[in-house]
Ligand binder design. Structure first.
Ligand SMILES: Nc1ncnc2c1ncn2[C@@H]1O[C@H](COP(=O)(O)OP(=O)(O)OP(=O)(O)O)[C@@H](O)[C@H]1O
Ligand SMILES: [Mg+2]
Length: 358
C-alpha cells in the first residue's frame, strides 16, 4: 500500500481522528459550486487509557470503537484519512538541485534525511514533496521531507484494517488542524492576513497552543491542562464516579453551587493558563502581540469560556467552527453540531483531504 503523508489523493473518504477521549469521524461532500456539505459525523467514546499522548495502547479496543463509529456513521465510504500526532513527525525543508529525475530525487532525499532524522532510517516512514524552485537560486528547488516513526503509522493502519476500513491517507494532526482552521481564519477581518492567531486547543488532558501567522505555524507549546480536571473536580466535590461526572458536565443537572464553586474557578484557571501561554510566546519569539484567539477542543464549548479568556487576555476570542460556512445534511442537528464542532477540527481537516487535487 502506498502511504502518503504529504501528497494529494482524491477518492471519496472520510476523516478519522483517533484522540484520547474518543474517535471522531467526519464525512464532507461536494455540494456543488465550490461549496462543502457536512454529510455525517460521529463521536464514539474510547475506553479510558486506550489512547494516551497519541499512543494507541489498546489496538483492539480502539478498533472496536472505530467499527462502532463507522456503523453509526452509516456511510458507504470505507476509505479513511487519518493522522499521526504532530510530535511523531519531523519535517525539514531541504534544498536540492532543480530538474532531478524522480529516482535521483529519492536518493538525494534519503541521504539528506539521514542527517536530520534522529532515529534510524529503517524505523521511519519517509515522505517528501517538492515545494518549488528555490527563491534564491533558480538552479535549485525546495523539498519538504517528513519522517514519521513507523510504529505510529502502522498502529493507525492496523486499527483501520481491524475495523474493516481502507486507510488511504496518513496526514499529520497539525496539518489537518490547519486545513480546517484556514476555513475559520478566512472569515476573520482581512482573512486573517498578517495576524498572529493563537489556536488554543483544550482537550481532555492537554492544552495545546499554536500561533499561526499567514498559514504558517510560528510557535507551538503543549501543557498538561484540560477538561478532565473539571471532571475530576466534580468527582471530588460531589462524590460521583468519573462517568457520572463526565455526563453531568455535558448535560447539566449539577447542584446549584456548581457554577460558582467549581465551574468558575476552572474557567479562571483556564484563562490564566492561556494568558501564561501567550506570555511564553512573547518571550520566546520576536512577536509581542496576538491579534485573535481561536478556542478549539471539547472544553471550548463550555458556555462563557470565550468571554472568560477574552476578559483575562484582552484579545478578541472566539470558538472555532470550521463548519460555519458549510451546508449541512438534513440528518444533522445544527445545535448538536455547534457543540461538537470545536472537537472535530482534526477530523474535519482530514475529511477535507477528499478535495485534494489529484
Ligand atoms: N459539551 C461539553 N461540555 C463540557 N465539556 C465537554 C463537552 N464536550 C466535551 N467536553 C470535554 O472535552 C474534553 C475532550 O475534548 P477533545 O475531544 O478535544 O479531547 P481529546 O482530543 O480527545 O483529548 P486530548 O486533546 O487531551 O488528547 C473532555 O474533557 C470532555 O469532558
Ligand atoms: Mg485533542
Amino acid at each position: 500500500m502506498q502511504l502518503d503523508i504529504l501528497k494529494a489523493k482524491a477518492p471519496p473518504l472520510f476523516g478519522l481522528d483517533i484522540s484520547s477521549s474518543s474517535v471522531k469521524l467526519v464525512e464532507i461532500v461536494d455540494a456543488g459550486k465550490g461549496a462543502y456539505r457536512v454529510e455525517r459525523y460521529v463521536i464514539e467514546p474510547l475506553p479510558r487509557e486506550s489512547v494516551v499522548d497519541g499512543n494507541i495502547n489498546q489496538l483492539e479496543a480502539v478498533a472496536e470503537a472505530v467499527k462502532r463509529g463507522h456503523q453509526r456513521l452509516a456511510t458507504r465510504t470505507k476509505h479513511v484519512a487519518m493522522a499521526v500526532p504532530t510530535g511523531a513527525v519531523i519535517t525539514k525543508k531541504i534544498i536540492v538541485q532543480a530538474g532531478l529525475r524522480e529516482e535521483d530525487l529519492e536518493v538525494q532525499v534519503e541521504s539528506e534525511a539521514n542527517q536530520y532524522i534522529p532515529f534510524a532510517i529503517e524505523e521511519v516512514n519517509l515522505d517528501f514533496q517538492v515545494l518549488g524552485p528555490s527563491p534564491s537560486n533558480p538552479d535549485e528547488q525546495e523539498v519538504l521531507i517528513a519522517a514519521t516513526r513507523k510504529e505510529k503509522v502502522e498502529d493507525r493502519i492496523a486499527v483501520a484494517h481491524l475495523a474493516g476500513l481502507k486507510p488511504l491517507v496518513v496526514d499529520v494532526e497539525s496539518y489537518a488542524q490547519q486545513a480546517a482552521l484556514s476555513l475559520v481564519i478566512g472569515q476573520l477581518p482581512n482573512h486573517g492576513l498578517d495576524m498572529n492567531i493563537a489556536v488554543v486547543d483544550v482537550g481532555g488532558n492537554t492544552m495545546n497552543v499554536t500561533v499561526l501567522r499567514n498559514d504558517q505555524s510560528v510557535y507551538s507549546r503543549e501543557q498538561a491542562f484540560g477538561g478532565n480536571q473539571l471532571t475530576q473536580d466534580i468527582v471530588s466535590r460531589y462524590g460521583m464516579t468519573l462517568d457520572e461526572a463526565e455526563n453531568a458536565k455535558r448535560s447539566g443537572g449539577l447542584p446549584d453551587d456548581f457554577e460558582a464553586e467549581v465551574l468558575r474557578p476552572f474557567m479562571d484557571n483556564l484563562s490564566m493558563e492561556v494568558q501564561r501561554a501567550l506570555q511564553f510566546f512573547f518571550t520566546s519569539t520576536q512577536y509581542n502581540a496576538i491579534d485573535h484567539i481561536l478556542l478549539t477542543g471539547g472544553s471550548a464549548v463550555i458556555p462563557g469560556v470565550d468571554e472568560a479568556v477574552q476578559a483575562r487576555t484582552q484579545v478578541p476570542t472566539s470558538v472555532a467552527n470550521p463548519f460555519a460556512a458549510m451546508q449541512t445534511s438534513p440528518r444533522i442537528q445544527m445545535k448538536r453540531l455547534m457543540l461538537d464542532a470545536p472537537s472535530l477540527i482534526v477530523a474535519c481537516g482530514l475529511a477535507l483531504r477528499r478535495f485534494d487535487p489529484v
